[in-house]
Design a protein around this ligand. Sequence first.
Ligand code: HEM
Length: 262
Amino acid sequence: MTLLAVDLKEGTKTVHAEAERSKFVKYFFKGEISPAVYGRFLISLYQIYSALEKALDEHKDNANIQLIYFPKELSRKQALEEDLEFFNGSEWREMLNPVSPAQKAYIEAIERCSATKPELLIAHAYVRYLGDLSGGQILAKKLQKYNDLPEGKGVAFYSFDEIEDKTGFKDQYRIRLNQVEVDEVTHNQIVQESCQAFIRNIDIFQEFDDELVGLPLSKKEQEALEAAQAADAAKATTLMSSLAPSNLINSLAVAVGLRSSA
Ligand code: HEM
């Protein structure tokens, strides 16, 4: 059987690229996410991590879960509480309801894995924690840069105080992933569940799409838009010429059998 860490990285490449392309991430990079929207995004994260960390705790004695169980180093719930207080004030708990459709679907997916096949929780831990230790670090810098945050405030979620060397830790985590002992079907299910988890993250991002205001398009985006508009215009011209009177009469004549279609 191939190595799980390798299959996870390969198997999620396309959805990872899709996540990076999402509108929310693009706006994040340009510093266009308002503190109010970010405060509500933190609520979504809190829902996910509450479910994930509860499930991992419940299965910490499972030999495979044990391999990737690092509560001291990785747990994000407490850090999220700090950031939630910073961005939303002390009443942030009142914002946990109603649970949005994307939050609900994500929580239910985690709970389903926990109840039916705990090994699939490895997928959820992988997608979130390795993501936070990778792209998450870039997001933290953007957040600080554009929001002029007071020193050390608002970015607890991205700060892994118990991990000195993030690259080294990620390497260790991948070694642990490769030590997971499951049959081939479960191995493949973990990869599939990871792809699904990426899509659930994209769904969470999309819940904010309507609240993001228009940014000027980059040159590349402008060119892609113009090319798409030109293609649409060409299609419309072809359609119009097929509807020209002489073509219509021919088509009708063929339809009623006055002319052959040849
Ligand atoms: C903001 C846009 C993002 C950027 C710029 C980004 C960037 C990166 C980079 C540079 C790596 C490679 C790190 C390394 O190998 O050490 C990485 C890995 C990873 N990212 Fe992202 N990422 C983004 C969004 C996301 C999202 C939304 C998720 C999932 C929620 C995610 C999950 C992951 C995972 C699981 C890995 C580990 C891949 C592996 O080595 O197996 N990323 N990301």
